[in-house]
Design a protein around this ligand. Sequence first.
Ligand code: SF4
Length: 455
Amino acid sequence: MTLTEKILARASGRARVEAGENIWVNADILMTHDVCGPGTIGVFRREFGPRARVWNRHGIVIMPDHYIFTADAKANRNVDLLREFAREQDLPYFYDVIDDPQGRWTFNAALGPNRRQHGRRYAGVCHTALPQKGHTRPGEVLFGTDSHTCMAGAFNEFATGIGNTDAGFVMGTGKLLVKVPETMHFRLEGELGRGVMAKDIILHIIGEIGFDGATYRALQFDGPGVAGLSMDDRMTMANMAIEAGGKNGIFEFDAQTRAYVDDRCRRNGTKAEYQPVERDRDERFVHDATVELDRLEPIVACHPNPGQRRLAKELSGVKLDRAYVGSCTGGKTSDFLALARVLRGKKVAIDTFGVPATPEIVEDLQTTRWGDKTVWQILEDAGVRMTENAGCAACLGGPVDTFGRMNEPLKCISATNRNFPGRMGHLESQVYLASPATVGASALTGRITDPREFC
Ligand code: SF4
């Protein structure tokens, strides 16, 4: 069996499963957020009754992150609904925007969009925060009401996005009927070269197979090249499995995975036991490819979908209005360090926005010093508009007052993961997906630029 099949077999209490079978799977974690949480709760109450209790208080993780730092009253109301539900069900893993469980969050115009407007418990973008808060464990099953839930596959688990109806069912029963996906195999060999990042690997793969090339399939990443990828790198890649239509993405377990997970579970007091899955000899794949990392170059996915792959150096004629670094995919500490390496001591030529995925990343950047400056200061000095309000922000457009949102038909190069029409705001805006290093180099010149010109 493949890594995905092994996890699903265990979670369904069977010795063996085959791709294409429909099986009942026991969930370890159900994650939801402010966009889908209220709908999920509505389904749960409707189907299980107004007094029903969730299947497992410790199995539900609620992370408001999408439409948070906005004056939009309907968006604010969504978070209020989550707070009421968490209080009613006594949920230990509700990462509220404010500290007062009886309070309500409102936008503070005096602080504006850049200065911190959240409490101590707020976790930031769910997919980046889940591992940081100790909720991703090897061998487990994670369902989330968000398509990029697949990011947790970096930790050798089965993680996939589901709709509100399914999530309402999981909330009440802890189970879900799942069709076992076929597995596509990507063996990574070699090491990434100068100026090339994990984002380039996954954009290369999606370019090879197309934005629907992995529809309802698992993407398994393994091979000797994985050892040279950090957990942040693996998260970037697993996150974008869905951009090829994938059901999930999954990496092999190794010492790096163990060190990260053990540290995070210990720090947060979450469940420390887990059982990773290892590769079998009898794996059956529907697609088998080798990716030679040292042959990759900086890549850009052009408007209007993530499969529109071109080399960055071929696109130097494309003029840009905006650059954006943020999201679960591209707003991690390592992403901002890559950006800072390119921008240090220089000035951006176009509007450039920086949105860390989580408050912990904000802290990392504000405390990591390079010489006499923090990384945060280096980015601000280069002209990047950095916000302390970690969250999804303009990655998915959001209300009109969302930080970094494109309210006009602009052209933006972005470290995010999705570029279908209207994704970051205006329907006629265009988004070019790239690594943070490519976004940084392009911000300096105002046109799409290969980062190797600057590093
Ligand atoms: S940062 Fe973007 S891709 Fe990630 S969860 Fe938020 S909206 Fe989705």
